[in-house]
Design a protein around this ligand. Structure first.
Ligand SMILES: Cc1ncc(COP(=O)(O)O)c(C=O)c1O
Length: 459
């Protein structure tokens, strides 16, 4: 528990670059606040104004992460005298909301899309002249006819759209495609991550891919090994394997000049211990590619990463009000704090993957007396809870609240994946969403009424 007045910020793990909380601080009154240059946003005041549950997006955090990622790659490319170029492709599946996609474009990001509907967003941006038409689009995922038709349409409009061939059917269907193509490698390699699976169903196995021979207009070798990789090795070892395959494929496909490493860079959700930094990972990636190619005497490939979680997660927080408390067991030492939203609906990975989150109070952050708690969601499901894996979560005691005051809680790093997975169990409304940018607040999604939710179910 905090001893001196100074260490509240440290106690709640705020203001620390290595945990991506450098923009977060505490006001003298104990309120959570977020800084954007000289602007600052008082979080409990925003909750009072816009209600709860509430999601807040900070585009400046996203922009900084994209810019930084590109700058670091470019810096190591220069430092090592690497001859390939670097392209950052934002994996749109991580967060397709406009308030996420547009800041990425503004900082020089390209796209990786996974479906016809994501590609349709690219078409919409193109028609609205939202971006430089030199932007490059990698098309992943199984290709329906509608998806391929849209790829061809955008290619004909002059956009660089690169379909990544996933299987033999796509190989046949795309054999007359006029533009660059890519191929997906299903690597036989295990890495440490939440999602490591014994069998992978995406792309061509190593033994298959080397037998494909000449592939029309092949320029990209792509793989995606996993998400939230726990160690830098999880990024570097697959790259070494991909370099070997790149070397073999180039014999018959001399136009192959790019390795797309997919996603996977992790976020230190738990704010404890040491998590690798983007900088250390990028350093190893560029050095590994350079050393391998120099030894083998082959062309340095251009490098692509599709890191989604890495750039998007820290740019959003999710806030709830505590409705009430209940004792977990007879001794009353631990309480359930019931939130006015749902983990299963709004932060689905809490349930699906036992995701751990960084959690702090959003007000009363300087209270000395804390209570050991677990959180329960408002749906009827007993799995709708957050217990930090059965661990301890500390929050201010509700009995110390002033009359008419409420306790609010902040969940950090919620910008990746949660929105597209969100649902409406018990027909609870989704959180409202606001955007804090340049000192101003914009409403991105108003609070759903009963009518709005009913409509989605045909009422
Ligand atoms: C092909 C592909 N690229 C990129 C990503 C983004 O992964 P991450 O968010 O781990 O960076 C994914 C995620 O599933 C993916 O399937």
């Amino acid at each position: 528990m905090p001893r001196s007045k100074k260490n509240y910020k440290q106690f709640w793990k705020l203001g620390q670059d290595e945990y991506n909380t450098q923009y977060f601080d505490i006001t003298p009154d104990g309120d959570l606040m977020v800084k954007e240059g000289n602007y600052q946003y008082n979080i409990p005041n925003l909750i009072k104004k816009y209600g709860s549950p509430l999601e807040i997006v900070f585009p400046h955090i996203l922009e900084n992460r994209v810019r930084n990622l590109i700058d670091i790659f470019d810096a190591y490319i220069k430092l090592y005298g690497y001859k390939g170029k670097f392209y950052y492709h934002y994996a749109m599946k991580v967060n397709q909301n406009k308030e996420f996609v547009l800041p990425v474009v503004s900082e020089g990001g390209h796209f990786d899309v996974a479906s016809v509907n994501e590609l349709w967003l690219v078409k919409k941006m193109l028609l609205e002249q939202k971006f430089n038409p030199k932007i490059r689009v990698i098309c992943n995922g199984p290709k329906t006819e509608a998806y391929i038709t849209l790829i061809e349409e955008l290619k004909a409009k002059g956009l660089t759209v690169i379909p990544i061939i996933e299987d033999y059917n796509e190989l046949e269907r795309l054999k007359n495609f006029k533009g660059e193509t890519g191929i997906r490698l299903n690597m036989n390699i295990r890495v440490q991550s939440h999602w490591d699976k014994r069998f992978n169903r995406y792309g061509f196995r190593e033994d298959e891919i080397v037998k494909l021979g000449k592939i029309r207009n092949l320029s990209v070798l792509h793989y995606h090994i996993s998400s939230q990789l726990e160690k830098v090795d999880g990024l570097v070892e697959p790259l070494k394997r991909a370099l070997e395959i790149y070397e073999k494929l180039r014999v018959k496909n001399p136009g192959l000049d790019t390795i797309d490493m997919g996603g996977g860079a992790g976020v230190p959700y738990e704010k404890k211990g040491k998590f690798y930094t983007g900088k250390s990972a990028i350093n190893k990636i560029v050095r590994t590619a350079k050393n391998y190619c120099d030894k083998a005497g082959i062309k340095h490939p251009n490098l692509i990463v599709e890191w989604g979680r890495y750039v998007a997660a820290p740019a959003q927080i999710t806030l709830y009000k505590i409705l009430t408390e209940k004792s977990v067991s007879e001794d009353g030492k631990r309480k359930w704090y019931i939130i006015d939203g749902s983990f299963m609906n709004d932060l689905l990975d809490t349930w699906a993957l036992k995701q751990k989150w960084h959690v702090t109070p959003a007000n009363n952050m300087k209270n000395r007396k804390l209570q050991r708690i677990w959180f329960a969601g408002s749906s009827c499901d007993s799995d709708d809870k957050y217990t930090a894996g059965g661990g301890n979560i500390s929050m201010p005691r509700l009995e110390d609240l002033d009359a008419n005051d409420h306790q609010y809680v902040a969940f950090y790093d919620t910008g990746a994946y949660q929105d597209a997975l969100a649902s409406h169990h018990c027909l609870l409304s989704s959180p409202a969403k606001i955007i804090c940018q340049d000192g101003e607040i914009k409403l991105a999604r108003r609070r759903e009424t009963s009518e709005d939710v009913g409509k989605q179910f045909g009422w």
